[in-house]
Ligand binder design. Structure first.
Ligand SMILES: Cc1cc2nc3c(=O)[nH]c(=O)nc-3n(C[C@H](O)[C@H](O)[C@H](O)COP(=O)(O)OP(=O)(O)OC[C@H]3O[C@@H](n4cnc5c(N)ncnc54)[C@H](O)[C@@H]3O)c2cc1C
Length: 389
């Protein structure tokens, strides 16, 4: 078994893991960023509001430079939604301080963040999975960490460990921290569409329906000149529409009933390409976000309903915050005895609690104003939200 020593081991190289690694590596910490995926085939989540532009630039540089094409980012104009009534509601980003939002090619975006962490000196291991960890008896380290590939188990030691494994929160679960606030069964059914025709719509379209809601975005493509759209239906997985949406016939049947999205696709002769992909999209959080020599960052700490469009922003911001606090904790160790100052843990925990509270208030507000199908199970379940605080 191999044997390695680090200041910080980060489990998961999504946006949260990379942002934490970039922050720590730029402050001079020895960081290992480990992800179980060798190559991702697809990933959902591509809209960022105007308020996120600066944090994206902080990590990836000037978005107006020609290089930003390589990371698959383009500017969006706003949201057009049919939500609380049949009337279309326009939220035009032109009237925000930034003037535009972002739509990203998710695989290219996540990879650009990982490569930036590498450039700054972090080590990146792909195709290696977190198995377990235990308190270390080795002087100078807090954790023994076991990572595995199909052919071997590696033993790493670290002073700090960070859970950036997304909704699976593998470290949190291993440490027996309960996952709470996850009563909803929201699930995403996603289908890519492509066309040779023009499509110059730069708005995100959102549409509430009897048992869920839809959204579509044009997505940046690099491999060919066809226009591509991602169309996603959200409903509770246990409802009949959830079962329907999993098959192409059922998905298309539900799509045909939409007032805004189906006509948009027809107008540019879009055709479905590839399989329907699914992903959990429920709200959840760890009961504790951090503890002695560990933190959870991004979706591992708290995962949001995609209606919020806040997941990537939160992953980047909390990655930066966690990275700084871990650096302070590591440099402030009391007499090198590896006893960390609790101030940093408390500060991180308070920040996470504030994020959770404001997310819940916002989510409950938006589900609360949609009353057109108040007696349908999807909406009834969301009228009196009582998610755990
Ligand atoms: C359908 C859907 C639509 C969304 N739409 C949007 C949107 O429009 N805008 C937005 O801002 N957000 C959106 N989100 C949310 C956004 O995608 C997430 O908030 C974001 O990806 C969180 O980043 P993360 O790094 O915390 O987790 P992830 O991106 O999930 O990364 C976790 C990483 O951990 C790795 N991992 C897991 N287990 C292990 C293990 N045992 N060992 C090693 N590695 C492991 C995984 O391979 C993965 O690479 C959406 C989410 C969903 C599901």
């Amino acid at each position: 078994m191999s044997n390695f020593g680090w200041d910080v081991v980060i489990i998961g190289a999504g946006p949260a893991g990379s942002a934490t690694a970039i922050t720590l590596a730029s402050l001079g910490q020895r960081v290992l960023l480990a992800d179980e995926q060798s190559v991702a085939k697809y990933k959902l989540g591509e809209s960022l509001p105007p308020a996120s532009v600066d944090i994206v630039s902080h990590f990836l540089g000037d978005l107006d430079s020609p290089d930003s094409n390589a990371i698959g980012v383009y500017k969006t104009a706003g949201n057009i939604s049919t939500w609380s009534s049949e009337q279309q509601d326009h939220a035009d980003f032109f009237f925000t301080a930034k003037g535009f939002g972002l739509c990203i090619n998710r695989l290219a975006f996540d990879e650009a963040l990982r490569l930036h962490a590498l450039e700054l000196g972090a080590s990146l291991q792909r195709g290696i999975s977190f198995d377990s960890c235990a308190r270390s008896s080795e002087s100078g380290f807090n954790w023994d960490i076991f990572l595995s590939t199909p052919s071997k188990v590696e033993h790493h030691r670290a002073r700090y460990i960070v859970d950036c494994s997304g909704r699976r929160a593998v470290l949190g679960r291993m440490l027996d921290i309960p996952i709470v606030g996850n009563e909803d069964k929201l699930f995403a059914y996603a289908q890519w569409f492509s066309t040779e025709m023009e499509d110059d719509d730069y708005f995100t379209r959102i549409e509430a329906v009897a048992n869920g809601w839809w959204y579509t975005n044009r997505v940046p493509t690099s491999e060919n000149k066809q226009n591509q759209r991602l169309v996603v239906f959200y409903t509770d997985r246990d409802l009949p529409d959830g079962k329907k949406a999993a098959s192409p016939e059922g998905f298309n049947g539900l799509l045909r009933e939409t007032a805004q999205i189906a006509p948009l696709l027809q107008a540019s002769a879009y055709e479905a390409s590839g399989a329907i992909r699914g992903a959990p999209a429920n709200t959840q959080r760890l009961r504790e976000f951090c503890g002695d020599a560990w933190m959870a960052v991004g979706d591992a700490a708290q995962a949001y309903d995609p209606l919020s469009s806040q997941g990537i922003d939160k992953a980047l911001r909390t990655g930066s915050h966690a990275g700084h606090l871990i650096h302070y904790a590591l440099t402030d160790e009391v007499d090198n005895s590896l006893k960390f100052d609790n101030r940093f843990i408390q500060q991180y925990s308070q920040q996470q609690q504030q994020l959770w509270d404001s997310y819940l208030a916002q989510r409950n507000y938006y589900y609360g104003i949609q009353t057109r199908w108040a007696y349908q199970p999807f909406w009834r379940r969301r009228q009196n939200n009582s998610t755990v605080n």
